[in-house]
Design a protein around this ligand. Sequence first.
Ligand SMILES: [Zn+2]
Length: 377
Amino acid sequence: MSDSVGNIVSSIHAWAPKESALSYDNVGLQIGRRDAPVVRGIVALDLTPQIVQEAIEKGANLIVTHHPVIFKALSHITDTTLVSSMALTLAEHRIALIAAHTNLDAARGGVSFHLAKTLGLEQVDFLEGMEDVVRKLTVFVPPEFAEAVREAAHEAGGGQIGAYSDCSFSVGGTGQFRPTSSANPFIGTTGGPIERLHEVRIEMVVESWKIDEVLSAIKQVHPYEEVAYDVTAVSGRSRNVGIGAVGNLPAPVSLAQFLSNSAVALSTEALRYAGDANKTISRVAVCGGSGGEFIPAAIRSGADVFVTGDLSYHRFFDVLDVHGEAKMALIDAGHYETEQGTEDLLLDHLRHSFDSIEWSKTQFRSSPSHIWTKKQT
Ligand SMILES: [Zn+2]
């Protein structure tokens, strides 16, 4: 793949589709030209003026961040406010900016999977799959074209279920049609009698945003003038995009030990938690960033503890049973602390996909908030 800004956007979206981002989000190319070449790129969790300056000094053509700097509509692009000033400086220096935010949160192997790996979890899967994104595509085809149709559909991204690709089901039956006087039939006669023939019914799951691409790939290889197909909504959750992650520790530990290990793994001085420090922890749910709303999902997953950030005081009451005991331990490790590994995650993907670009992680901690501990006084 050539190393243009547009190709880098496409590569990120092939892994973390922009359509899987939450509706309020703003992901993808924020600043820059799609056809601009990229020689040097920087990844960072957030954009700050220090990181903009770092990119200028390193001669970078691109910055890839997790959090979008342009989130609300800009009313001006001037040097008067933080966001517009950074946008102006990047544009002046021809430095492009890409954000991979809630689409990267929702991706298999994305932000929360990386957090799970950092905490040493095994057998990691989504905490919850995304709802209302799965469609079932059913297409009818003469047997001699069935393989070509399956291949084209799978190539376009149909039939992905978790760690399995090329998933479909086929069954034979009899199809019928009558070519009318305006038809140009592959089989049968224009204005002729009813044709009955053996057909294969192929069905596969497809994410809603891939349906058009998969159908157009099928139509390229399907012999009929009118391809018969159905698209139906499937209730239930996706296996390919979701929220958070859950997995198991290689060996159970006490909550106290888990807190200690987590503080080291996440390079933080302090963790807010609820739960009995002596309780045994073996199953762990995580959500990078602000995951407070997924406490019920974490409880449903059978997790002994849920690690996330941005927990308000009242969220800690959500894990208590009628006796005031924690049903599941809860840890607020901080938004930045649970997402800082996203820089390595993005770096790995970009280095692997575009190895001729010189990629680096920002040398700055992008979070403006710090923890002051007693021992510092
Ligand atoms: Zn975040």
